[in-house]
Ligand binder design. Structure first.
Ligand code: FAD
Length: 399
């Protein structure tokens, strides 16, 4: 089948690779002149890594990044441990793949290289989809430069401000969630006393939280989230003032030495949207942030895009006759999982910021004890997420 993908972000590239592996004729058009990702890190849960393993690039992705031994939730002010989710070998045993943290640019480069090997010339840069003519028997695209492209299927992987979504379902602006994310990469020797503890650290406190993890042995990714009533500034990712970041986290003494090293952080306004009633119409379908943008508080947005691409490739027929039933199956399979994750990411935004006293208490009391004594019980809570998706695990432990 001839498949056109709008957008070469993580979702678009993963879908293109999965479809190329199934012998579809794939073309990805990307508006940017070069394949670039924001200079920041990414966590990939075992659910995403199982998909990348199956696409033949898991080892390369893992080798480019780090495999943290645990996710540890701590109180940001006292550094007291609240909960620990074991990862490392325990994650591999339970969920069938590693939990990896890496530079976004490394993941995108590996995906693009694998696509080029699978289908040379599949990626066209500097091409913007401007107009979509979506008929029952095929799709016609007009690019910003006026060129016409046709295909059997269009996949809109063009992100949270998706123009494919707008053309299919009408204009609808994403909502500002009231959260600002500060993002920075800090070069720091692991032996340096200013380095944060190893693994993924989530540091929680009133109306703010921070996440730290290494993406290379000497490179720490920092995401620090604060609350703000509205967003009136031009654009949604702006250079930020490191002193303001430090002031926002004053008194978080364990993180202070790391924050002192932050230079030139970015400030991101975080937007999301409500789950959609459908993601497809005629010969067009949405994937990734184009249909289910979410807050990053479960670190699953890119993972969901990767799962989408793989699931779609598994479900699509080789010939275009039966596309619409396949798209309906795709939506039925993917929507409940992504909607659950969207909702949980939102509620983490409340719980991480001590916005729900019961959740704050629950996190700090029984779960903490369970974590100390029964790591298996803590891991079991995440089986649906890290063990689920299009390549769900049915290991002996989960059976
Ligand atoms: C602070 C923060 C931390 C995060 N951390 C994690 C994490 O640890 N783990 C995780 O899984 N997720 C994380 N996420 C979420 C993740 O970054 C996104 O969900 C993911 O990058 C979305 O990928 P995408 O391919 O759907 O969209 P995008 O990355 O937005 O890609 C869309 C692409 O489409 C192109 N495009 C747009 N319009 C057009 C057009 N008209 N024609 C052609 N091309 C077009 C764009 O240029 C872009 O390249 C985080 C997000 C934030 C904000």
């Amino acid at each position: 089948m001839r498949i056109l993908i709008a957008g070469a972000g993580i979702a678009g590239l993963a879908a293109a690779l999965a479809l190329a592996r199934k012998d579809h004729d794939v073309r990805v058009v990307e508006q940017a002149a070069a394949i670039e990702e924001v200079g920041a890190g990414l966590q990939l849960g075992p659910n995403a890594m199982r998909v990348l393993d199956s696409l033949g690039i898991g080892e390369k992705v893992a080798a480019a990044g780090q495999t943290p031994a645990a996710i540890t939730l701590r109180d940001g002010r006292s550094a007291r441990e609240i909960l620990k989710v074991p990862l490392g070998d325990a994650a591999k045993r339970r969920w069938g793949a590693a939990y990896v943290t890496l530079h976004r640019a490394d993941l995108v480069a590996i995906l693009a290289e694998a696509l080029e090997q699978a289908q040379p010339g599949a990626l066209s840069l500097g091409v913007t989809v401007a107009q979509v003519d979506n008929r029952a028997d095929g799709i016609a695209i007009t690019t910003a430069s006026g060129a016409a492209l046709t295909a059997d299927l269009l996949i809109g992987a063009d992100g949270i401000r998706s123009m494919v979504r707008e053309q299919l379902f009408g204009a609808d602006t994403p909502r500002f969630t009231g959260h600002i994310a500060w993002r920075a990469l800090v070069r720091i020797d692991p032996a340096d006393p200013a380095a944060p503890p190893p693994g993924v650290g989530a540091w929680l406190g009133p109306r703010r939280h921070a996440v730290t993890y290494r993406i290379r042995p000497d490179l720490v990714n920092l995401v620090a989230v604060t609350e703000q009533a509205d967003w009136r500034e031009e654009g949604w990712n702006l250079p930020g003032d490191a002193d303001r970041l430090r002031a926002d986290f004053a008194g978080w003494n364990t993180l202070a030495p790391l924050l002192a090293r932050v230079k030139g952080p970015l400030r991101w306004a975080l937007f999301d949207r409500k789950p959609m009633r459908t993601w497809h119409r005629n010969r067009a379908v949405l994937i990734g942030d184009a249909c289910h943008p979410m807050l990053p508080f479960l670190a699953q947005g890119a993972a969901m895009g990767i799962e989408d691409g793989y699931a779609l490739a598994e479900l699509l027929p080789l010939e275009p006759q039966h596309i619409e039933p396949a798209l309906a199956r795709f939506f039925a399979l993917r929507q409940p999982r992504t909607a659950r994750i969207q909702a949980m990411a939102r509620s983490n935004g409340v719980d991480f910021h001590e916005g729900n006293p019961l959740a704050t208490l629950a996190m700090r009391l029984p779960l903490g004890r369970a974590a100390a004594t029964r790591p298996d019980a803590v891991m079991a809570r995440w089986d649906w997420l890290y063990g689920g998706g299009p390549l769900g695990v049915r290991s002996a432990i989960l059976a």
